[in-house]
Ligand binder design. Structure first.
Ligand SMILES: C[S@@+](CC[C@H](N)C(=O)[O-])C[C@H]1O[C@@H](n2cnc3c(N)ncnc32)[C@H](O)[C@@H]1O
Length: 233
């Protein structure tokens, strides 16, 4: 995927998009010492989580309701970011449609997906299990296209009360580009009317419930909470 003139214009300073070794990569001109950010589903943390992430026992898989590959639910990831969670779920057999509205993050994700589709190892299942759209997911949820999802997965930004050194550089860049998602609460009521099995919301441990709506069940990890809203209880 090449960088369109629209995408180049939409990259806000100090960020720069460049193609390096075939990968669309994001750099910050104020931090030239920091290596660039790109989506590569065949390497790094993506590869590690696919190989060693804990399979269907990991928290995100249990939250979404993956019991085995054959019956894995279809998922609309309405806040795809850089596609990490979506990639894990696709690896467990979920058909995942990713939706990301930030044009820059979407360009990185589309580029990573495009390269993954032609990878000899993961290409076939990437083509079968992952799809992507650059738009506001509220429209996608309403339209129930390209499919009616069993599960709608929401992981909107959460505004941290203070900037801590522990917030990784990568997350700081993503926040600078995507903002704090101040409209995140509006996603839950729409999702609850369209998901057929459940809506799963990933939150930091200390964060209040999305839209102040108490979930039916929760799974917690050291860093996160998965709030689950179950249909047809
Ligand atoms: C915390 S990140 C998601 C990280 C993602 N779960 C991952 O594993 O890489 C949140 C993302 O949701 C996107 N987002 C928030 N609201 C959205 C909406 N209504 N439609 C599409 N994308 C949205 C933001 O632009 C941001 O990139």
């Amino acid at each position: 995927m090449s960088i369109s003139p629209e995408q180049s214009r939409s990259v806000p300073a100090p960020f720069i998009l460049k193609r390096v070794d075939g990968r669309l990569t994001l750099f910050n001109s104020e931090h030239p010492e920091v290596s660039g950010l790109c989506v590569d589903f065949t390497e790094g943390t993506y590869r590690h989580r696919r190989k060693f992430g804990g399979g269907k026992t990991q928290a995100v898989a249990r939250a979404v309701g993956v019991k085995n590959r054959a019956s894995a639910p279809s998922v609309l990831d309405a806040t795809a970011g850089l596609g990490r969670d979506a990639f894990v779920l696709a690896g467990l057999g979920c058909r995942v449609h990713m939706v990301e509205r930030s044009p820059v993050l979407a360009a990185l994700l589309a580029d990573g997906l495009h390269r993954a589709e032609s990878d000899s190892t993961i290409g076939p299942w990437v083509q079968e299990f992952l799809s992507f759209e650059n738009t506001d997911s509220r429209g996608t949820i309403e339209s129930q296209s390209p499919f009616v999802p069993d599960v709608i997965y929401l992981d909107p930004m959460y505004p941290e009360r203070k900037r801590t050194a522990s917030v990784k550089k990568e997350m700081q860049w993503i926040k600078a580009l995507a903002g704090d998602d101040p409209d995140a609460d509006t996603l839950l009521p729409i999702a609850l009317t369209k998901a057929t099995r459940r809506v799963v919301v990933k939150r930091p441990l200390h964060a209040p419930h999305l839209n102040q709506q108490v979930p039916d069940a929760q799974i917690t990890t050291k860093a996160h909470r998965f709030d689950m809203y179950i249909m047809n209880k």
